[in-house]
Design a protein around this ligand. Structure first.
Ligand code: ATP
Length: 293
């Protein structure tokens, strides 16, 4: 095999709680991760030369060590003494610096691709051990679907697929750094904690209403304070029939969940008209399977 194509799916957080800040600076989280039907396309081709070449359609993304694809490929080459190189063509659709784990998804896809291209035969667990050293969300991205994520993101419990629904996902015209949000979070004095255990129980029952009633993200306390447009966008989604709306991850991306297709379409159009979103998608949940083309 000389070429391997793979889809790298974005995630949203249906719930995100921060339990505490550890002495080493990492935050202990309790999150519900959910894959959505929005993905980057990556095409990997073997090179005879010992090089990693990245070609991307987004000028703002680095094509060198600054790109998580590069770092993941380099780590795999080093660990498994691969002397051949790889060329990667990235078609980026996942909003960047958006709270949708776009970089982590690409890194996870790279680990899968290197495994396949160089016939390494790695298990998911082995890939996750490599991934966590490159980024806390990467073990989840390697797996996809619906999951409870604990620790710093490395303790994962697979959950059943959530009931089908429509999603409107909108990224405002601003970039938010995850580091900035966590640095400004007062983890030990949060007034409110979303009911993540209750959400897990609702997911296990397949109760969409129980899930949407419990949606909450403590990082909104930082990001929404700095960027009021986030609440404004959530308001538009709810006015047009979203059963609930929330910021994903550290933001600033906002998503609304719809049980009625027509409402979702109208909310998408209203968001388009409001002109607040740099990127806007009408999509749904995905189950994390079907990554390979
Ligand atoms: P998370 O939800 O995990 O916090 P995010 O959506 O906030 O992630 P990303 O889009 O993953 O953020 O990217 C954050 C930064 O990482 C960007 O500033 C970008 O330059 C850098 N980066 C490196 N490689 C990639 C990549 N392949 N795709 C996107 N961003 C990348």
């Amino acid at each position: 095999m000389n070429t391997f194509r793979i889809k790298a799916y974005a995630k949203i957080n249906l719930g995100l709680d921060v339990l505490r800040r550890r002495p080493d600076g990492y935050h202990e989280v309790k999150m519900i991760m959910q894959t959505v039907d929005l993905y980057d396309d990556l095409e990997f081709t073997k090179l005879a030369e010992d090089e990693i070449r990245i070609f991307t359609d987004k000028e703002e993304l680095p094509a060198d060590q600054g790109n998580l694809i590069w770092r993941a490929a380099a780590r795999m080459k080093e660990l498994y003494q691969i002397s051949e190189g790889v060329s990667v063509k990235l078609t980026k659709r996942i909003p960047i610096a958006a709270g949708m784990a776009g970089g982590s998804a690409d890194a996870a896809a790279t680990i899968h691709a290197m495994d396949a291209l160089f016939s390494l035969g790695l298990s998911l667990e082995e890939k996750q051990k490599i991934g966590v050293k490159l980024g806390a969300d990467i073990p989840y991205c390697l797996m996809g679907g619906t999951a409870l994520s604990e620790g710093i993101g490395e303790i994962l419990t697979k959950l059943p697929d959530v009931p089908k629904a429509k999603l409107v996902i909108a990224k405002p015209d601003l970039d938010v750094s995850t580091k900035f949000v966590y640095e400004n979070l007062h983890a030990d004095s949060l007034q409110y904690h979303p009911d993540i255990d209750g959400m897990v129980a609702s997911i296990e029952k397949g109760d969409l209403c129980g899930i949407t009633d419990r949606m909450g993200n403590v990082l909104e306390t930082v990001t929404c304070k700095h960027y009021p447009v986030i609440e404004q966008m959530k308001g538009i989604l709810k006015e047009h029939g979203a059963v609930n709306a929330l910021m994903s991850g550290s933001g600033p991306t906002v998503f609304g969940i719809f049980t009625d297709d027509q409402n979702a379409k109208e909310a998408y159009e209203a968001m388009q008209e409001a002109g607040l979103a740099r990127q806007l998608f009408l999509t749904g949940f995905a189950d994390g399977r079907g990554r390979e083309d």
